[in-house]
Ligand binder design. Sequence first.
Ligand SMILES: C[S@@+](CC[C@H](N)C(=O)[O-])C[C@H]1O[C@@H](n2cnc3c(N)ncnc32)[C@H](O)[C@@H]1O
Length: 188
Amino acid sequence: MPTAGWWEALWPDPAGVLTAVGIKSGMEVIDLCSGDGWFTLQIAKIARHVVAIDIDQALLEVARTRLKESGVCNCEFLAGDAYQLASLASRPVDFVFMANAFHGVPDRPRLAGAVRDVLKPSGRFAIVNWHQPREQTTVLGEPRGPKTELRLSPAQTVEAVVAGGLKHLGTIEVPPYHYSALFERSGP
Ligand SMILES: C[S@@+](CC[C@H](N)C(=O)[O-])C[C@H]1O[C@@H](n2cnc3c(N)ncnc32)[C@H](O)[C@@H]1O
């Protein structure tokens, strides 16, 4: 998780990002690799229920406190590995949201397959990734985010997720420095 301060400056409107990728009221959502809950809180304000999953229990506790202090209680916090998503979640969901984490996944088609397995029929998956290169993604006067060589182009992201069994619906810009690739589970 990046240090606080510039993250908030980069993402002044996390709810707007969620609306842009298609998260709607009434949905059951998983925030995968949820970190300290910057997006989780906003998802919980829109959706019926959200499950925050992260491998780092300490960050989950930060997220839990963030939501509690905001009086939001429709969220469950689960510590575990993203590959084990289907066994961590107790039921299929309408939407899996994953921000700023897909570039760090070693076996991306495997993760996409795990997401597919936890989605309801026609359920959706949104990945929010940094654009390349790092030198051009400046926040509060400094280049921020993962090294350029770790970042994925939209085409690389789509290729990996389609290989995992999901259908690509489109890719949108998430200004100023991100894009979101959108996918759907089609078929049984
Ligand atoms: C840069 S943070 C992004 C957090 C949040 N999605 C956001 O955009 O504010 C990446 C997160 O991925 C989590 N993570 C890394 N590997 C993971 C894994 N194998 N399973 C679950 N979470 C993982 C880290 O603990 C960290 O919280």
